[in-house]
Write a protein that binds this ligand. Structure first.
Ligand SMILES: [Zn+2]
Length: 279
């Protein structure tokens, strides 16, 4: 049975903390390095529902993509939502480790998992990391479709393969246009429009696209946009990361039990006027 420090060392090897953005807050948030770990839970968000799930599961380590605290805090009192998370974790001997922008740019990383979920063939990073001589790490991925799909078909595939959310897949652009190349970026891709345009791809699949950049992209180019819930675009990484840790566990004879949370932590719900009701 490995100690937490050994498991964390393996995770740090996959997603070195020094590769995170300077504003990010990655690494171990809670945990005793000497404690033994038998079960690990992967999830996107370190929220109370997920921590409660880790307690029920008997996990000794929770690994999330999003940080618990992105900025400094002066309290972990259980009267605050995040303080309650910290209390629950410590009370149940559960460690919390975060891999955020260091997992985004990893090879394989968050966008590889998104591409993989849709059976897209990755040809390279959308924004290569200049520190990687092999040119494989970086933000987002450019993918090729061996069999071109229409925008409508690609959206249907995304809706079918990504976990369901209230938002579904929003599409901008001509639904009948053919897609041979697509840029994907798990999480907010709004800042990547210039790179997507420079890549000359047919479509861009990401999350959190805003009105004006989307409206301009569709008006001034043939680029199609597919926008899924932020959580849904990052969730496939949990499965990828879990399989990476499983493999490490096998190699070391750790016999870890590695789980992926299926709890939907997308905060959005959707409301339409009920049929027949005045609106
Ligand atoms: Zn995210």
């Amino acid at each position: 049975m490995p100690r937490l420090s050994e498991v964390i060392a393996a995770l740090e090897n996959l997603w070195p903390a020094e590769r995170a953005e300077s504003w990010d807050a990655v690494g171990t948030v809670v945990g005793d390095p000497d404690q033994e770990v038998t079960r690990v839970l992967f999830a996107v968000d370190p929220v109370q529902d997920i921590v409660d799930e880790a307690v029920k599961l008997g996990a000794g380590l929770l690994v999330t993509h999003h940080p618990l605290y992105l900025r400094g805090t002066t309290t972990v009192a259980a009267s605050t939502a995040k303080g309650r998370v910290v209390h629950t974790l410590i009370k149940h001997d559960i460690a919390l480790h975060v891999a955020h922008t260091n997992a985004d740019t990893a090879d394989p990383g968050v966008s590889d998992a998104l591409a993989g979920a849709l059976d897209l063939r990755v040809t390279g990073p959308l924004v290569p990391d200049p520190a990687d001589p092999a040119g494989r790490r970086g933000l987002g991925r450019i993918c090729a479709l061996d069999h071109p799909l229409t925008v409508r078909e690609l959206a249907a595939r995304a809706a079918e393969r990504l976990p369901a959310t209230a938002q579904g897949i929003r599409v901008a652009g001509d639904p009948g246009a053919l897609v041979r190349t697509v840029a994907v970026s798990g999480g907010s891709g709004d800042s990547l429009f210039d790179h997507v345009r420079a890549a000359g791809v047919d479509a861009f699949l990401t999350a959190d696209l805003r009105h004006h950049p989307a409206s301009e992209a569709v008006a001034h180019s043939s680029l199609a946009l597919l926008d899924a819930a932020h959580w849904a675009t990052e969730w496939p990484w949990c499965e990828l990361a879990a399989s990476q840790l499983d493999e490490i566990s096998d190699r070391h004879g750790w016999d870890l039990r590695v789980h992926v949370s299926k709890t939907v932590t997308d905060p959005w719900t959707s409301h339409s006027p009920s049929p027949g009701a005045p609106n």
